[in-house]
Design a protein around this ligand. Structure first.
Ligand code: G3H
Ligand code: ZN
Length: 306
């Protein structure tokens, strides 16, 4: 089916007390693994591309991959810009057919973040596209952050209320204790802070840096307003570990497909697990639309042909 926007999808999640997984994709196998899991789990899904992914694959190519996968799927798929840190990038994605944007001004001063977010929201809303913004800052583990720095960067509830009112953003990424790109799930979220934010803000809240968060903490956060959960590092890990294993098992092989289909399956299984954990599995009922052009892909090595 055609891409849908994140507006209705996240509202439904918020009301139903589940979260939609927003999975980062950089290549065809990741896109297919994510969408395959969504179809099998009967789950709504957000595929997101970061600015790094856009630099790697090219904007139109990245968008086309997600649109093609969505066209073959009979569950709703959103194409989202992840961490668009400037106005122009958001406009380019709007033009390329993205159905959800993010302006990330979290590293900018408060007033500048508000001003640019409001500009992005204005132009996106003219086209019927929702915008995620970020206040507080979800830091990068690769920058070697301390616990004190993570606490200092957390979202202030009072500021968040003013921010949402003045920007008109549709969802808000909050910093409540997670850190991007952690390889072990050991962080506990600050649920008390999340509850305070939730009491004064009624739009869907977004959790970034989920790969480093304990699953029990994610589940608790969903009960208090987190309706979108971003997953990236964990998918890259699964993809790469499967690739290493496949190459080690068959070092003489030179057909990359025989390696990459293992990576695609590994991504699919992580996404499936997360969809069940987030409660989005089974939320798409009915027969839905099945594309007549859907083709069966080989999932077994023996099914590959030259
Ligand atoms: O925007 C992307 C995410 O926040 C992903 O974070 O790499 O820690 O899973 P992660
Ligand atoms: Zn993020």
């Amino acid at each position: 089916m055609p891409l849908v926007t994140s507006q209705e999808m996240l509202r439904a999640a918020l009301e139903g007390r589940y979260a939609v997984g927003a999975f980062n994709a950089n290549n065809m196998e990741q896109v297919q693994g994510i969408v395959d899991a969504a179809v099998e789990e009967r789950s709504p899904v957000i595929l997101q591309v970061s600015q790094g992914a856009i630099r790697y694959a090219g904007l139109d190519f990245a968008a086309a991959m997600v649109k093609s996968a969505a066209a073959e799927a009979d569950v709703p798929v959103v194409l989202h810009l992840d961490h668009g840190t400037d106005f122009d990038q958001n406009v380019r994605c709007l033009r390329a057919g993205f159905t959800s944007l993010m302006f990330d001004g979290s590293k900018k001063p408060f007033e500048e973040n508000i001003a640019t977010t409001a500009r992005v929201v204005h132009i996106a809303h003219v086209c019927g596209i929702p915008v995620e913004a970020e206040l507080g800052c979800v830091l990068q583990s690769t920058d070697g952050v301390t616990e004190a720095e993570v606490c200092d960067a957390m979202t202030q509830p009072g500021e968040a209320k003013e921010f949402v009112e003045r920007t008109g953003c549709d969802s808000l990424a909050v910093a409540i204790g997670s850190v991007h790109a952690m390889r072990e799930a050991e962080a506990e979220l600050n649920i008390e802070l999340l509850k305070e934010i939730r009491q004064i803000i009624d739009i869907p809240l977004v959790l970034h840096g989920s790969s480093g968060v304990k699953e029990s903490s994610e589940v608790e956060a969903i009960q208090h307003g987190i309706a979108k959960i971003n997953v990236a590092t964990m998918l890259n890990q699964a993809f790469t570990v499967a690739l290493h294993k496949a190459i080690a098992a068959d070092p003489e092989n030179v057909d990359p497909r025989k390696f990459l289909l293992h990576s695609r399956e590994a991504v699919k299984e992580v996404v499936r697990h997360k969809m069940r954990l987030f409660g989005s599995s089974g939320k798409i009922t009915g027969s839905g639309y099945v594309s007549p052009t859907k083709v069966e892909r080989s999932v077994k090595i023996g099914g590959l042909e030259a």
